[in-house]
Structures are given as structure tokens and as C-alpha cells.
Design a binder for this molecule. Structure first.
Ligand SMILES: Nc1nc2c(ncn2[C@@H]2O[C@H](COP(=O)(O)OP(=O)(O)OP(=O)(O)O)[C@@H](O)[C@H]2O)c(=O)[nH]1
Ligand SMILES: [Mg+2]
Length: 700
């Protein structure tokens, strides 16, 4: 494997709504560049970056796939990200490895929910970007219509740099608006183009579009603007670097047409990426911290700097073990190097570093600053960790993750399954940062939490396939919480005199509600040693433990403040345990007065349906305690925005399909917690009590 200098590397993440053809496009580019012998197809289960059995079976991407195309002297690293809303946490986290985003948009569906969401991710990571209007070979695909929608959503930086030649199934190439030449493709799927004159009937449109492009390039660059005013145009030798710069500075978002499956546009797109998207060097420097909570440090993106790598993905392979995907943030990584994991203090040996082509690894001798690679069998390293030269510590920021939105109880099918469950799941947790596993302390049930039903289903299916562990998935659990609505003031005293050594702890606390999302606050307001200092943490601990077990229905109590203001102790009989129990009693006594209530997760829901269904959809949402926030037309459809309790959305996927004959789609994300209406709360509490949760009798 050739070694690529930083300036010849492109790290491009394909992002966008589900089903826009990202995975197919990656396979098409790889085939066109001669990286693979076979034209991989999503629909045949042979796409290079959807090789996981779950992805093949379900037909969509679940995690980020890595591949590369060697194109002339350039190595294009391609990150194929999922567009399905339940797996977007994977997409967002992987963008730390990218230096540019290729936003893939469907030529028929146009602007969709995740188009805007992933555009937002690119903003967060400040990534220069380009847009592909894909699937241009489909019936009713419309370049101009989709382009207008994109301009409407993202503003005037959106500018075509190529126009489609031919429509729908006759779509056969690009007019390159930079060089003003056409690239025409045979219908044989080779992805290779022949250069040609711009078709006569397109000359006027192409000239106009060229002018608009030139003007946008000139804007924001004084030297070019002057030239433009003087000559009315910019010569090619200035236009090319000018466009490159405008893209890198995110003043201009170039748009091109393509059809991944028909493989029209591939060669043009490879050329475009290599010529116009920035190399890792464009960033100049990367920022991190010297250590946790320590001062900020910067590192130049250069192969001559001390080496540092950031792990953006971990794969738990049941055979190869743990495989870590990383980006070389600075310096040169040599095979067999020993680096320090700055997050964990461990030394790790990088043996057999490799570049990744889907599921295939190719050994490399070294990787330069900016390049992406993988290594197996690091001992302690997990996603989000930074490793590097011991003498130059740095920590790069970890990905921010949403909270899981839903929990399911899972039940091992047999004793053997139960024994293997925990170790198998823990390996899967390394791979998927949003998956959570816990044991309910009261019911002893195993709980698996994730972004939504399919997310948890994928995990369950993997358990079986990869580790041979079979579990049944039980009804979903809503992650209710408990909180308080009033202030309270109470005493908790734990006193036992059973011959010999007694137990004595006594505290007085006040409790106050805090705003939603504030969690728990503990204020120590003890003066004059009513409780000795060393016992105060025990009181806090007792309260935290009691709060985690809940009061009404076994759900954690959140968003409250406790002020410890008085108490008493006994010289001999007081102990940590006694004060812990006193804290727990005081907490329970306060809860009686504090008007406890249940709160539930409320979701932001965005539903896209053909216009004639909107009445039905809104009626249905109203019946589900939904609050409609707005409704707007969008490329021939209607988008309805609402806030709906998660508890009412559990069967929404199938409801929507049956209400709209499969023509509606929706996306949902967590918004906030809100109080559960009393009659519903009563039922939840009654059911929880019947199952043995909630308020227990005080033992004295
Ligand atoms: N007609 C046509 N179909 C395409 C084209 N590209 C992809 N498809 C089909 O569209 C479907 C989705 O393609 P994928 O590549 O899996 O889409 P994706 O964007 O990776 O989807 P997610 O992984 O869910 O985000 C598949 O059935 C493809 O065969 C295209 O250019 N033309
Ligand atoms: Mg995909």
C-alpha cells in the first residue's frame, strides 16, 4: 500500500437522509476507481460498506463504513454514514474523522428531515461540503426543483457546478460548469466518461449557470472580484483555485447530479472531490486539552509534529477481537509504534496498522497526518479516546451523545444464554455508545436501552448472530422519572439499641423542586457541628440511593435540591451506615409532603405525508396527547411538527404505515420531560405497586 502525503488525502463523509443512495454511491465510486473488481450493489447485499449481516438483511446502513479510492495521486477516504434517524448518533460521532461532507439528496424526494439534520452536523463540525443530487435516473427526478428546495433551506451559498445531461432514465452525464465541457457516460455502468461538447440545447442554460458560479466565486475574494468587474469573467486558472477556496471557507456549497446505481457521474465526482475538496492540511491545526480539565493545547496538522490519533469507531469482532478505527490528527503513525492512551494512561501497541476497504484490511507501513486507518487488539482503548506520543499529551473532544429514548426488558431464553449475556453485551456496548445495559434492582430484569425500537432489535439480533445468545424482547419500558412539586421539611432518625453497640444517626433536611433537567443538588448547611463533617457525605449517599429507587413507582427521583440544616449524633453509636439510613428516612418523609409526581419523556416528532393525509394525521396525534406545533408544505408534501409523549408513540411506525398506505415517514427525537396527567399516572403507579415497586413499609 502506497503512503499518501497529507496534501493528497481527502476525508469525505457521505451524509444525508436514509435511502438517498450513499452506500450505493460509495460502491459505485470504488468500482469506477478500480478498487474492487465487482460492482457492489446494496440490493444484492454486495455493497462494500454495508457488509454487516444486519445491514444486508435490513437493507440500510447501521454503522459507519470506511472505504478508500485511489484516484491519481489522491487517496479519497470515504465514510459511509447511516441516514436512518435511529442511527444518526453514529453519523454525528464519525464526523470527527472527516474534513468534508458530501450531502447526498434524493433526486425525487428532495429535501428531507435528515437532510437538514445532517447539514446541521456538518455545521457543528465546521465541515466544508458539497451536495450530490442523486438517483437522477429515476422517474420524476428533478434537478432544478431539488436545487430550489436546497436554496430555500440553506441559502444562496448553494450553487450548481454541474448540470445533468438528459432526464430520468436518459440521464447520461454532466455539463461541467467550471471548464464548460460535457462528460458523457455509456449505459454500461462502467462509471467512465467521454468528454464532449456541451449539447446545443443546453448551451444557454450552461452559460447562465457558469456566470452565476463565477460571480459567487468572486464574491468574498477582492482580487477575483476586481478581475471579474474588469473583464466580466475570471479565467480558468484563477477560477479553479478560487472555487477551491470558496468551498473550503464554506462560502459556497457546490451541487452536482449523479446516479449511483446507474453509475452515471462517478468519474466526474471523483475528479471533483480530488480537485476541489480540502485536504486535512486546510484545517491548519487541531485543538484539544492537555489533560482532563487542563489547559487548551493546539497541534499543527502536519506529519512532522508529534504523533496523535483519535479513535472514532470501535468494532467488536467476535473473531478478530476489538478493532479500533482512528484518524491520525498529527504526526506520522508508524507500524508497531507504542502510543500512550491519554484518557486511560495505558500503553498500546499499534501492530499491523491497516487501511480499511469495507470489511477488508490492507497493511500499511505508516500513515501521515490526516489519514484514516485501523488497528486490532488495543487492550484498553475505546471510541473517543486519544493516543499519542508520551512526550506531547493531548485530549481531543469526545463525541456528544443523546440519551437513549427507550428501554426494553430482555429475558435470556435459557440458563446458558443468561451466563453468556453480560459479557456479550459488554462487547457490544464498546461498539455502540448509545446502547445501555442495566439490571433493574427490584424486578431483577435485564434492561436494554437505545434510540428506538429498531436500534434495540438490531442489538438483540446481533447477540444471537455474533455470540449465540438468545433473548426475548419484552414490552418496551418508558423511562419515567419521579419529581416533586412542593417544598418539604422533615427529620430522619435511625436509632437502634440492641445490647452492646447501638446505631444512631439523625438529620433534618429541606427539599425543594428544581427546574426540569437540573438533576440533584445537595447543600450542606450545617453549622456548629450538629453532625460531624465526616458523616455528612453518608447522609447525601443515603438520599441519593433512596432517590434512585423511587418513591411512587420505582422510577428515579430527579430535579430536586436537598438542604441539610440540622441533626444530632452520638459519641459512640454514630456510624456512616446509621447516617445513611437517617438520610434515606428523611428523604422518604419529605417525599410524603412534597407532592411527588411522575414525569415522562416528550418527543419532537416530524411527520412528512402527502397533503391529503394531513387531517387524519393531526386527528390521530390529538388522540395521542400530541401538541401540534406547526404544519408546512415541503416539495409536494406536508410536514407536521408536534410534541408527543413517547408513551404514545410506541406503535407509530405501523400506525403511520396503515394510515398512509406506506407513503408517510416520520422522525422523532427526545425533547424534554413533562408531568404525566393524573389519571394516567395513577394507572402507572398502580401497575408498579402491583409489581412490587414504590413506597415500601418503614421498618423500625
Ligand atoms: N434508481 C436508483 N436507485 C438507487 C440509486 N442509488 C441507490 N438506489 C437505491 O436506493 C436504495 C437505497 O440505497 P442506499 O445506498 O442503501 O441508501 P443509503 O443512503 O445508504 O441509505 P441509509 O444507509 O439508510 O442511510 C437501494 O435500493 C438502492 O438500490 C440510483 O442512483 N438510482
Ligand atoms: Mg447506507
Amino acid at each position: 500500500m502506497k503512503i499518501y502525503e497529507s496534501e493528497n488525502i481527502r476525508n469525505v463523509a457521505l451524509v444525508g437522509h436514509a435511502d438517498t443512495g450513499k452506500t450505493q454511491l460509495v460502491s459505485s465510486l470504488l468500482y469506477t476507481a478500480g478498487m474492487v473488481n465487482r460492482f457492489g450493489k446494496v440490493d444484492e447485499g454486495t455493497a462494500v460498506t454495508d457488509f454487516d449481516e444486519e445491514e444486508i438483511e435490513r437493507g440500510f446502513s447501521i454503522s459507519v463504513g470506511l472505504a478508500y479510492a485511489e484516484w491519481g495521486k489522491v487517496k479519497i477516504n470515504l465514510l459511509d454514514t447511516p441516514g436512518f434517524n435511529l442511527f444518526l448518533h453514529e453519523t454525528e460521532a464519525s464526523l470527527a474523522a472527516a474534513d468534508a461532507a458530501l450531502l447526498v439528496v434524493h433526486g425525487v424526494a428532495g429535501l428531507e428531515v435528515q437532510t437538514e439534520k445532517t447539514w446541521g452536523f456538518a455545521n457543528t463540525y465546521r465541515l466544508p461540503r458539497a451536495i450530490v443530487i442523486n438517483q437522477m435516473d429515476r422517474d420524476r427526478a428533478g434537478f432544478d426543483r431539488v436545487l430550489e428546495a436546497l436554496k430555500g433551506a440553506f441559502g444562496r451559498s448553494i450553487v450548481p457546478v454541474a448540470l445533468p445531461v438528459g432526464e430520468e432514465r436518459n440521464f447520461r452525464g454532466w455539463v461541467d460548469l467550471i471548464r464548460m465541457r460535457a462528460a458523457l457516460y455509456e449505459p454500461n455502468g462502467s462509471g467512465k466518461a467521454t468528454e464532449a461538447e456541451i449539447p446545443a440545447e443546453m448551451q444557454t442554460a450552461a452559460a447562465q449557470a457558469h456566470e452565476a458560479l463565477v460571480e459567487m466565486v468572486a464574491e468574498g475574494n477582492d482580487k477575483l472580484l476586481e478581475e471579474f468587474f474588469e473583464k466580466g469573467t475570471i479565467p480558468l486558472e484563477d477560477l479553479v483555485p478560487g472555487l477551491r477556496q470558496a468551498i473550503a471557507e464554506q462560502r459556497l456549497t457546490p451541487v452536482v447530479p449523479a446516479a449511483g446505481l446507474a453509475n452515471v457521474g462517478a468519474e466526474s465526482l471523483l475528479n471533483f472531490i480530488a480537485e476541489y475538496l480540502p485536504s486535512p492540511l486546510y484545517r491548519g491545526k487541531v485543538e484539544g486539552w492537555e489533560r482532563e480539565g487542563g489547559p487548551k493545547v493546539e497541534r499543527k496538522v502536519s506529519s512532522d509534529e508529534p504523533v496523535s490519533v483519535y479513535v472514532f469507531k470501535t468494532v467488536a469482532d467476535p473473531f478478530a477481537g476489538r478493532v479500533s478505527y482512528f484518524k491520525v490528527m498529527s504526526g506520522t503513525l508508524k507500524n508497531e509504534a507504542t502510543l500512550v492512551n491519554f484518557n486511560r494512561g495505558a500503553s498500546e501497541r499499534f501492530s499491523h496498522i491497516a487501511t480499511i476497504q469495507g470489511k477488508t484490511q490492507t497493511a500499511v507501513a505508516e500513515l501521515r497526518a490526516g489519514d484514516l486507518g485501523a488497528v486490532a487488539k488495543l487492550k484498553e482503548t475505546l471510541t473517543g479516546d486519544t493516543l499519542g506520543d508520551k512526550a506531547a499529551p493531548i485530549l481531543y473532544p469526545k463525541p456528544k451523545l443523546p440519551e437513549p429514548a427507550i428501554s426494553f426488558a430482555i429475558e435470556p431464553k435459557s440458563r446458558g444464554d443468561e451466563d453468556k449475556l453480560s459479557s456479550a453485551i459488554h462487547r457490544m456496548l464498546e461498539e455502540d455508545l448509545l446502547l445501555r445495559f442495566a439490571r433493574d434492582p427490584q424486578t431483577k430484569e435485564f434492561l436494554l436501552s437505545g434510540s428506538g425500537q429498531q436500534h434495540v432489535e438490531v442489538a438483540v439480533s446481533r447477540l444471537k448472530r455474533r455470540y449465540g445468545v438468545e433473548v426475548t424482547l419484552k414490552a418496551p419500558k418508558i423511562p419515567y422519572r419521579e419529581t416533586i412539586r412542593a417544598k418539604a421539611d422533615a427529620q430522619g432518625r435511625h436509632k437502634k439499641q440492641t445490647g452492646g453497640h447501638g446505631q444512631y444517626g439523625d438529620c433534618k433536611i429541606k427539599m425543594e423542586p428544581l427546574p426540569r433537567g437540573a438533576g440533584f443538588e445537595f447543600v450542606n448547611d450545617i453549622f456548629g457541628g450538629a453532625i460531624p463533617k465526616n458523616f455528612i457525605p453518608a447522609v447525601e449517599k443515603g438520599i441519593i440511593e433512596a432517590a434512585s429507587k423511587g418513591y411512587l413507582a420505582g422510577y428515579p427521583v430527579v430535579d430536586f435540591r436537598v438542604i441539610l440544616y440540622d441533626g444530632s449524633y452520638h459519641e459512640v453509636d454514630s456510624s456512616e451506615l446509621a447516617f445513611k439510613l437517617a438520610g434515606s428516612k428523611a428523604f422518604k418523609a419529605c417525599m410524603e409532603q412534597a407532592k411527588p409526581c411522575l414525569v415522562e419523556p416528550i418527543m419532537n416528532v416530524e411527520i412528512t405525508v402527502p397533503e391529503n393525509y394531513s387531517g387524519d394525521i393531526m386527528g390521530h396525534l390529538n388522540g395521542r396527547r400530541g401538541r401540534i406545533q406547526g404544519m408546512e408544505p415541503k416539495s409536494g408534501a406536508t410536514v407536521i411538527k408536534a410534541q408527543v409523549p413517547l408513551a404514545e408513540m410506541l406503535t407509530y411506525a405501523s400506525d403511520l404505515t396503515s394510515m398512509t398506505q406506506g407513503r408517510g415517514s416520520y422522525a422523532m427525537e427526545f425533547s424534554h420531560y413533562d408531568i404525566v396527567p393524573q389519571p394516567i399516572a395513577d394507572k402507572i403507579v398502580a401497575a408498579a405497586r402491583a409489581a412490587g415497586h414504590g413506597k415500601e413499609e418503614e421498618e423500625e
